[in-house]
Design a protein around this ligand. Sequence first.
Ligand SMILES: Nc1nc2c(ncn2[C@@H]2O[C@H](COP(=O)(O)OP(=O)(O)OP(=O)(O)O)[C@@H](O)[C@H]2O)c(=O)[nH]1
Ligand SMILES: [Mg+2]
Length: 161
Amino acid sequence: EVTIVGLQASGKTSFVNVIASGQWSEDVVPTVAFHFRKVRKGNVTMNIWDLAGQPRYRSIWERYCNGVDCIVFVVDSTDKDKFETAQFELHQLLSQANLKGVPLLVLGNKNDVEGHATANELIQALQLNKIQNRIVSCYSCSMKNQHNLDIVLKWLSERSH
Ligand SMILES: Nc1nc2c(ncn2[C@@H]2O[C@H](COP(=O)(O)OP(=O)(O)OP(=O)(O)O)[C@@H](O)[C@H]2O)c(=O)[nH]1
Ligand SMILES: [Mg+2]
């Protein structure tokens, strides 16, 4: 069980599309509320909740993160003006008592674009070092050219049971 959250246009739906079918597109429709997908990778079947990132949908993130094996938080690593909002929304979500201990994977997406923030810069900007009592990983990646998707899938399969 995987739930994908993050601000709008960070690439959550692109991530699910790419791991499900290898298909990346410039034209992805913004998600309304959420979209459920079942994705099979090797011997692991992932039930993925792809949530909408627009402000009006953020209050439902918590409900869909409840009881999952991991939370994936996707960040557009080229959109530095939004890092503060991303930081706020991430920590707000993780402060919910029912999400205690759920492993977190932060993806700095769109690293195919020049000037993107590195994983270390995202760790700073999102204050990931302040997160306690859960597994936290952060990778820089690109859905467009599938950079680092192998380690992302490995991380996800290690959370399975
Ligand atoms: N250059 C580049 N663009 C990307 C990448 N991943 C996604 N995009 C683009 O970013 C835009 C938003 O992608 P979505 O996957 O719809 O983003 P989302 O996070 O699902 O957005 P919401 O559903 O509104 O929350 C689209 O135009 C994608 O083509 C990437 O790795 N590199
Ligand atoms: Mg989407």
